[in-house]
Design a binder for this molecule. Structure first.
Ligand code: BT5
Length: 319
C-alpha cells in the first residue's frame, strides 16, 4: 500500500489529491493519510496542501526497491531487491534466499549489519546507514575454479563505478579490496554454493564505506570512506545503481570472452598491487618479489629471483 502510494507520487506531475489516490487504489482517504504519515517517518518529504493534495518534494537516500528502480539501467541485476533495516550479513541472507529460489541478479541490501563477514572468519564493520552493504546473487554456468575471476571483475566494476560517481582515483588491491591512499574503502567477499563441478549460486558481497564520518579505533588508521575523502556526502543509491550497471557489463563480457588480454590490461591499469614490490605469505611460506600482472585464471604473477610465481590465495602486502 505504502509502496503503491509512493509510486503514484513519484510518477505524478505536481500535486495528487487524496481523493484521486484513494480512488485509484481502492482504499479509504484515512488509509492514504496513514500511509503518507509512514512514508514521512521513513524520511520522505511529502507536502500536503488543502484542496490540492499531496506532492513528493524529497526522497531519502535509502537502498530500497522504490528508491533504486528509477536509477537502474541494468537488464537483470537489481531487478529483484531485498532490503533489510538490520540483518547479520547480507551474504548469509542471499545464500538463504538462493536456496529458496531467488532469481539470478537478486540484490540484498542492509542499512546495518550486525555480523558482517570478511574472509577467513574476519568481521566487517557495517554501521547503520553509513555504507552500501550489499550482496548480489548470480547463477552462472561456470566451474568453481572461475570464482576467483568473479572477485576480480567485481573489483574492477566497483572501482570504475566509484571513479565515475566521485572522480576519486581509487585503485584495486589484489584480490578483493579497493583502496585510496593506502586505506581500505571497499571489501569484496565472494561465496558459492556448488554441487560437484557446477556452481549453483554465487553470492558476491560488496561493502563500500560511503558516508562513515569516522571509524572505530582498530580501523582508524587503515580504513577510509567517500565522505572522508571528498568532504561531502555521496548518494548511496546512485552509487549502488552504478555498481550494478558496471558489474552487469563486466560479468557479461567475462561470460563471452573469459579473462582475456583486454580484461587483464584494464585490470592492471586499475590495480595498485601490479608494478609494486610485494611480500607474499602463503601458508608457512613467505617470499618477496615484484607483482607483474594477473594470469588467465586470476592468479597474481610475482617475479622473484627464482622465476615467476603464481599466487592464487594468501596474504599479499605492498612493501
Ligand atoms: C573483506 O574481507 O574485505 C570482505 C568484506 C565484505 C563485506 C561485505 S558487506 C556486504 C556483504 N555481507 C557480508 O557479510 N560481507 C559482505 P577481508 O579481506 O577479510 O577484510 C576484513 C578486514 O577488513 C577486517 O579484519 C578489518 O581489519 C578490516 N575491516 C573491517 N571492516 C572494515 C570497514 N568497514 N572498512 C575497512 N576495513 C574494514
Amino acid at each position: 500500500m505504502k509502496e503503491r502510494i509512493l509510486t503514484l507520487l513519484q510518477n505524478a506531475d505536481g500535486f495528487l489529491s487524496g481523493e484521486r489516490i484513494s480512488e485509484q487504489l481502492g482504499v479509504s482517504r484515512a488509509a492514504v493519510w496513514k500511509a503518507v504519515k509512514k512514508l514521512r517517518e521513513e524520511g520522505y518529504g511529502i507536502q500536503s496542501v488543502t484542496n490540492k493534495g499531496y506532492r513528493l518534494v524529497s526522497s531519502p537516500d535509502l537502498l530500497t526497491e522504490g528508491e533504486l528502480s528509477p536509477l537502474l539501467t541494468t537488464a537483470c541485476l537489481g531487478r529483484t531487491v531485498f532490503s533489510y533495516e538490520v540483518t547479520d550479513s547480507t551474504n548469509r541472507r542471499a545464500r538463504e534466499e538462493a536456496d529458496r529460489g531467488a532469481p539470478h541478479g537478486s540484490v540484498f541490501f542492509a542499512e546495518e549489519q550486525t555480523g558482517g563477514r570478511g574472509r577467513l572468519g574476519r568481521a566487517w564493520s557495517a554501521p547503520r546507514g553509513e555504507g552500501v552493504w550489499m550482496s548480489v546473487l548470480l547463477r552462472p554456468k561456470l566451474a568453481p575454479a572461475d570464482i576467483a575471476q568473479i572477485t576480480l571483475l567485481t573489483g574492477l566494476a566497483v572501482c570504475d563505478a566509484i571513479r565515475e560517481v566521485t572522480g576519486l582515483p581509487v585503485q584495486i588491491k589484489w584480490p578483493n579490496d579497493i583502496v585510496l591512499d593506502g586505506k581500505k574503502l571497499v571489501g569484496i567477499l565472494t561465496e558459492m554454493a556448488a554441487e560437484e563441478d557446477r556452481i549453483c549460486a554465487l553470492v558476491v558481497g560488496i561493502g563500500v564505506n560511503v558516508n562513515n564520518p569516522a571509524f572505530p579505533e582498530e580501523l582508524k588508521d587503515k580504513a577510509t570512506s567517500l565522505l572522508l575523502a571528498t568532504g561531502k556526502p555521496v548518494s548511496r543509491k546512485e552509487l549502488a545503481a552504478r555498481i550494478l550497471l558496471r558489474l552487469e557489463k563486466e560479468y557479461e563480457t567475462f561470460l563471452r570472452q573469459g579473462a582475456n588480454a583486454a580484461f587483464r590490461k584494464r585490470y592492471a591499469e586499475r590495480c595498485a598491487t601490479i608494478g609494486s614490490l610485494v611480500k607474499v605469505v602463503m601458508g608457512n611460506e613467505e617470499f618477496a618479489g615484484t607483482a607483474i600482472g594477473i594470469s588467465e585464471t586470476g592468479a597474481l604473477l610475482v617475479q622473484t629471483g627464482q622465476g615467476i610465481r603464481a599466487v592464487n590465495s594468501g596474504e599479499v602486502s605492498v612493501r
